[in-house]
Every structure is written in structure tokens, then in C-alpha cells.
Design a protein around this ligand. Structure first.
Ligand SMILES: Cc1cc2nc3c(=O)[nH]c(=O)nc-3n(C[C@H](O)[C@H](O)[C@H](O)COP(=O)(O)O)c2cc1C
Length: 220
């Protein structure tokens, strides 16, 4: 799933994330109780460990398929995806630039220099998230649905069925992020984004769709 991840160079290096640790989190019971949408954010950056933990919780690799199953040896992630297609890419907009999360290498690959955070909202939304340290952009790769284990399944080439798959799968990633944020004392907000503006700026191959944004940071 990482074949299209660009490499940019020394002036905008990749960020190698520390291995996920998920220490000091509130118990699951409290995370459910605390999960909510909050629109206020401090601009305080997330420490690398917290960023790693957040992205691992979103869609990091948590095991490899067993020897005999349909995904034998393949990485499997914290979010369920149809037939393990893993078709949701998570782009990470931070002040210095835009990165693409690579779950297999636990790394942020550089994509674009510059601050795209204001585009990860549309004109109708409050601007309160524009300076939050992290805005996630969820992008679906329809090719991965068509080429994975599902390629011979009836309906998989039907755009409406594809849409149902990638919207459900995006929602599962977003729910992971909401619960992680609640457990880690962070605020989170799932929202619309300026899809047209982002589709112009992101280097997306044909078949990729910008879906939603999610803003995460410390409470203001
Ligand atoms: C599919 C979806 C789209 C959403 N879009 C927006 C949005 O564009 N703007 C916004 O402020 N909140 C958005 N939200 C957040 C909801 O408004 C929020 O979840 C709802 O008010 C319930 O609040 P809670 O998350 O605290 O339970 C969206 C949530 C979902 C699930």
C-alpha cells in the first residue's frame, strides 16, 4: 500500500516515528465516556511519541496475517478495511508541511512543503482548528479496492458499492482517532474539508478521493 509515497530530499526530510508506546492512556471505559467533538485547540505541537501513538491508533500495523488465512503474512492494521484493502491514506498537515503516514515503516513521508492546515476545513467551518498542530486528511484509493482480494467480488467495480466501502473504512479510522484522543487528553474534531482545493494541491493519482478531515491537538 505504500508504493506511491514520494521521497522529497534533505531540505524536507521524512520523519521517522518512535515505536508506538501508548503509555499513560485513560482506560477504554473512560475513553468512551470522554469521546466528543471539541473545536478549540492550542497550537502546542504534539511530541513525536504522541504523534506516533495517534497515527498507530488510527491505522498502524498491529499484526500480520496468520500462515493459513486469506491475508497470510500481510500487515493488518488497527482499523478494519474491506478484505484488508487498507484503501484509506492518512495525510498529516502540520505547520511545516504535509506528510503521508506510512504504517508499515512507521514514518511520515514528506509530500508538500508549506502550511495546508487552513485547507483542511471549508468556508463554513469555524477557523479554530487552523493552528491546531495536526490536521489529518483522509483520502481513499479506489484502485486498492479494485485490485486487492476483492477484485473478483460482485459489485466491487460499482462506484456506489466502492463508496460504501471507503466511507465506512474512513469512519473506522476516524473513530480510532477520536478514542485515542479521548484517552490521551487531546481534543479531536472530525469535519468536512475543502475537497476541491485539496485535490488540486495534493499529488493524487487518478482514482484517489479526498474524503474528510480530522483535527487533533491539546485543548486551548
Ligand atoms: C460524517 C460526519 C461529518 C461531520 N462533519 C462535520 C463538519 O463538517 N463540521 C463540524 O463542525 N462537525 C462535523 N462533524 C462532527 C459532528 O458535528 C459531531 O460528531 C456531532 O455534533 C456530535 O458531537 P460529538 O462528536 O461530540 O458526539 C461530522 C461528523 C461526522 C460523523
Amino acid at each position: 500500500m505504500t508504493s506511491a509515497i514520494p521521497e522529497i530530499g534533505d531540505n524536507f526530510p521524512a520523519i521517522d516515528l518512535p515505536p508506538p508506546r501508548l503509555d499513560d492512556l485513560a482506560p477504554l471505559r473512560d475513553a468512551f465516556r470522554l469521546r466528543r467533538t471539541e473545536h478549540n485547540f492550542s497550537s502546542r505541537p504534539l511530541p513525536p511519541q504522541t504523534l506516533s501513538d495517534l497515527l498507530w491508533a488510527a491505522c498502524g500495523v498491529n499484526h500480520h496475517g496468520g500462515a493459513n488465512g486469506s491475508h497470510a503474512g500481510a500487515p493488518v492494521v488497527t482499523d478494519a478495511t474491506v478484505s484488508n484493502a487498507q484503501e484509506i491514506d492518512v495525510y498529516v498537515a502540520m505547520e511545516q508541511g504535509l506528510y503521508l503516514y506510512d504504517p508499515e515503516r512507521a514514518r511520515l513521508a514528506p509530500v508538500l512543503l508549506g502550511d495546508l492546515r487552513p485547507l483542511v476545513a471549508d468556508e463554513h467551518l469555524p477557523r479554530s482548528g487552523d493552528e491546531a498542530p495536526v490536521r489529518l486528511i483522509y483520502v481513499a484509493d479506489v484502485d486498492r479496492l479494485e485490485q486487492g482480494g476483492l477484485k473478483d467480488a460482485p459489485g466491487v467495480h460499482d462506484p456506489e458499492i466502492q463508496k460504501s466501502y471507503y466511507l465506512v473504512d474512513c469512519g473506522i479510522v476516524a473513530a480510532n482517532v477520536y478514542l485515542f484522543a479521548a484517552a490521551a487528553g487531546l481534543n479531536a474534531w472530525f469535519h468536512e474539508c475543502d475537497r476541491a482545493a485539496l485535490a488540486k494541491r495534493l499529488p493524487l493519482r487518478f482514482g484517489r478521493r479526498v474524503l474528510f478531515g480530522q483535527t487533533v491537538g491539546y485543548p486551548a
